[in-house]
Every structure is written in C-alpha cells, then in structure tokens.
Design a protein around this ligand. Structure first.
Ligand code: SF4
Ligand code: SF4
Length: 243
C-alpha cells in the first residue's frame, strides 16, 4: 500500500493546467499566415488536396502536410496556434494577409445551452483511425476534457451531439444516418478532421457518400489531419462558451 502511495505521489499532477491556453511545440502547424500576394496556382502545384482557391486557403481541405510551406516559405507560414476550429464552413477559408482568424472563428452562440455538460457520440465513417485516436486522447489524463463536462458516450441515446470523423464511405452512410436518428432532439453535428469536413484526400471519390451533410448542418468544424486534442478541446469548449 505504501508503495502504491509513493508511486502515485511520484506521478505528480499530469494534466495540462489550462488546455485552452496551453503552449504547444513550436513546430506544430496551426493557424497559417498567408502572404498578401498569394500565388494559388504555384501553391496548388505542391498541395495534395488543392486546398488553395480564390477565397484563400481552405482549412477544411488542408491536411497540414507542410509541403506548401517547405516549398514556398515566403508565401505561407504555419503558426504554432492550435485554435483552428470554426463555427461555419465559410470561416475556414483563411484569406491572404488575414490576421484575425482566431478572433472571428467561433462566436459561442451556444453559450449557456451546454455550460456544464456536453455528451458526444462519435461515428467513424471510414476514417483512418487517427482522428478517432486523437478524440480518445482528449479524455486522457493529460488533456482531461472531462474537466469542462465534455465526454464521449457509448450510446447515441445519451448524446447531445454527433461528432463525425472520416469522409463518410458508402458503407458507413446508413449507420451514420441511423446513429443520428437515435440521438434525442435538439442535437448538434460536429465535423472533426479534414475527411469529415471536406472529404480530405478522398474528396470526389466514388466510394464516399456525403449526402448526409446536404440534410444536416454542422455547428462546429475542427480542421486537422488528424485534429490535435488541444484543437478539439478548444473548439468544443469555445462552442459551449467556456473561457
Ligand atoms: S499544408 Fe495544407 S495547404 Fe499546404 S500543401 Fe499541405 S495540404 Fe496543401
Ligand atoms: S482527416 Fe486525416 S487523420 Fe482524420 S481520418 Fe482523415 S486521413 Fe485520417
């Protein structure tokens, strides 16, 4: 027993004190800054998902591989800022020279509705399992998103929201729809990762069926491939109005 107590004391306090303001490895590719004179065609020539368009860089399509920054560092720099989530699809288009992405990304319109408790049901609709692993890591001892009352639950009947990972393969389209129907009203839809938001590397594939998203409007989009646990927690807590 004494040895157990000693071992527990040796562990110390392992949780990140404040995940919403945590410092992250400087190499982390987070919110990018784009040059005012962006050359979309040049950047798209090295981008595997062709994430640059006339609206800027689509963070919902970017897989954060870093190829654009490595080849054209004068055009784009990724900052070590994990606050990537946004509450509309349109806000994910970061424009040349834009510096207020984080301030505008989430307007916590749901503040007060889920202030103490937010239960999520995850559906992995053809993801590679990395997005799911990082979502699982949000509940571990380091990230501990349970401190905000956020948890991933085992049954859709107990959920307030569905958090989708993966591009929605045709084989998973039916199961996704059934899970959605099993969640009580008024339910929310959250898209986690590039695949869920845009199809990612699989966008346009004939093996995916994204018609579910034509009928249901997401309230939160969390970019990444996979999204970092700090990005996920920051997005969810911000949506809840947590400071
Ligand atoms: S980091 Fe994003 S925008 Fe840049 S090349 Fe990779 S996928 Fe394309
Ligand atoms: S977004 Fe990336 S990490 Fe997530 S499921 Fe798709 S390929 Fe995997």
């Amino acid at each position: 027993m004494l040895n157990l107590v000693k071992a527990r004391l040796a562990h110390g306090y392992q949780a990140i004190p404040n995940p919403l303001k945590a410092s992250i490895n400087p190499a982390f590719p987070g919110v990018p800054q784009l040059s005012e004179s962006l050359d979309m065609d040049m950047l798209n020539s090295v981008c595997p998902t062709k994430a640059f368009c006339n609206k800027g860089l689509d963070l919902g399509l970017c897989i954060f591989c870093g190829a654009c920054e490595r080849n054209f560092p004068q055009q784009i720099r990724f900052q070590p800022d994990f606050r990537l989530a946004a509450d509309t699809r349109e806000k994910l288009f970061i424009q040349p020279g834009q510096k207020d992405y984080v301030e505008k990304a989430i307007s916590s319109k749901l503040a007060g509705r889920f202030c103490r408790s937010f239960a999520l049901r995850n559906v992995c609709a053809g993801g590679c399992n990395a997005c799911e692993q990082e979502l699982g890591a949000c509940s571990n001892v380091n990230f501990d998103m349970g401190r905000y009352g956020i948890e991933v639950v085992a049954s859709p009947r107990h959920a307030d929201a569905l958090i989708l990972t993966g591009p929605i393969t045709t084989n998973m389209a039916y199961a996704l729809n059934e899970t959605w129907k099993a969640i009580p009203e008024a339910k929310l839809l959250i898209l986690n990762g590039a695949c869920a938001i845009s199809g990612g590397l699989f966008a346009g594939s004939e093996t995916i069926d994204r018609s579910f998203l034509d009928e249901h409007k997401p309230v939160l989009f969390i970019p990444g491939c996979p999204a970092h646990p700090l990005s996920i927690i920051h997005g969810l807590a911000s949506l809840m109005g947590q400071k």
